[in-house]
Write a protein that binds this ligand. Structure first.
Ligand SMILES: *Cc1c(COP(=O)(O)O)cnc(C)c1O
Length: 420
């Protein structure tokens, strides 16, 4: 399949090139040049998840996608839980990093392993917690690929740190004695160092890699497959960089029979304000309870506009966007607990937006993007009761953190990178 750089339309690449490059010229995003509808949706919905995902990803990316990559990437459960009369929770957090980012990161890892076969590859990435965990887990044990994850020392939760800094093997983690921006700066400096890029085969596996986006299309179809035939649900998506929402809209363009999508944000509400008055007016980012969504410049939003401009998406009819503040989010965690459903703050925020907007005759699905245990401190504070950790997590908590502590200094990092 052909992919174009949406900022530089004359740059056209294959799927493999789009995945390996990550970003196009002038930091433009890659996107499928053409999108055609999937055939026979009812038959597709009757297939099992892996078979169906193979058909979808071959349709979007090309025949080189192999079923066995998806068997490896999507090797964890994906339940749909009924929470009330017409509201369901799509639980995307049963992968190794306990967040939905496992879908995208694990598919990307399979693609990169295949497309860079034989060449030395080093994935260098900075994280404020969640992305690094998904990337580290996804590449753990992959031959010929080394992973180095930088994170701000003391600024990720202890559980987050245990999830990606205890692996060892081909995963090295660096606790930088500074903030997340400093980590990102170090990554940028490394990519500006041609000798380092060449010697190590540096790749950023960043969050806007098109492989991650395409992988996320698959679980929207799974939700439909699990609902009674003929149901056209409304999806509510907790949104930060808008990758998940882009995947939902992309799914609709190729034939997902969903009714519409709600993009739920926290107080970092650039998009809801844009929909209200048509002005793109990002404000400084503020910290909230739903910290994975503390983003005021959503980097996937150009892809949403691309779907509208060049693929016939009726954006005003299909997408609404709401902001939900911290007080409402806390209330939502409590209200869901009353319904006997334990949700992390991000998932609860999506539920809140859904309950404010769902019409009487509609069925709703909210996306649960993180395991509640990942935000145990907030949940225990809101509910005023102790939460027990699942057994797999208790095991992780007993392991040692293997990170190297380092000042935010490029020369130290460079030496560290070249030492293997
Ligand atoms: C990354 C993340 C989000 C936001 O997803 P986007 O695709 O960036 O909009 C929401 N919830 C959790 C738990 C996340 O980790």
């Amino acid at each position: 399949m052909a992919f174009i750089n949406i900022d530089h339309r004359q740059q056209q690449v294959s799927f493999a090139q789009a995945v390996v490059k990550g970003l196009g010229k002038n930091r433009g995003l890659f996107f499928p040049r053409q999108l055609s509808p999937l055939q026979d949706i009812p038959a597709l919905l009757r297939m099992d998840f892996i078979d169906r995902s193979t058909v979808i990803l071959q349709h979007l990316a090309g025949p080189e996608i192999q079923r066995k990559w998806l068997e490896k990437a999507f090797d964890f459960p994906l339940p749909l839980n009924r929470v009330s009369e017409r509201v369901h929770a799509l639980e995307l957090f049963h992968g190794p990093s306990l967040a939905f980012k496992d879908f995208g990161a694990r598919f990307m890892a399979q693609c990169l392993a295949e497309f860079s076969a034989g060449k030395k590859t080093t994935i260098l990435t900075a994280t404020s917690g969640d992305t690094g965990a998904a990337v580290a887990q996804a590449f753990y044990g992959q031959e010929h690929i080394d992973v180095v994850v930088l994170y701000p020392r003391g600024k990720v939760t202890p559980l987050q740190e245990k999830l990606f800094c205890t692996l060892g093997g081909n995963i090295r983690t660096v606790a930088v004695e500074d903030d997340f921006d400093a980590c990102q700066d170090l990554v940028k400096q490394s990519f500006d160092d041609p000798e380092l890029v060449q010697t190590l085969g540096l790749n950023s596996a960043n969050s806007i890699n098109v492989a991650r986006l395409l992988a996320q299309v698959c679980y929207y179809f799974e939700a439909l497959a699990k609902l009674p035939p003929g149901t056209r649900p409304v999806f509510s998506v907790p949104s930060g960089n808008f990758g998940n929402v882009t995947a939902a809209l992309l799914a609709i363009v190729v034939g997902l029979p969903a009714k519409r999508v709600i993009a739920a944000t926290n107080c970092n509400d650039t998009v809801p304000r844009f929909f209200k008055d048509g002005r793109w007016d990002p404000k400084p980012t503020v910290a909230t309870l739903t910290n994975a969504m503390d983003i005021s410049l959503p980097n996937n939003f150009p892809r949403v506009l691309e779907l509208q401009k060049n693929h016939g998406l009726n954006l005003p009819r299909l997408l609404t966007s709401f902001a939900v503040d911290d007080a409402e989010t806390r209330l939502a965690v409590r209200e869901l607990d009353d319904l006997a459903y334990l949700a992390d703050p991000h998932s609860a925020l999506a539920w809140k937006a859904l309950s404010l907007d769902l019409a009487k005759d509609e069925t709703g699905v909210f996306l649960c993007t993180a395991h509640p245990a990942k935000f145990i401190e907030t949940i225990e504070d809101v509910l005023q009761k102790p939460i027990t950790l699942p057994r797999e997590l208790e095991r992780v908590c007993q392991k040692d953190v293997l990170s190297t502590v380092m000042p935010a200094d490029y020369h130290s990092l460079r030496e560290f990178l070249l030492s293997r």
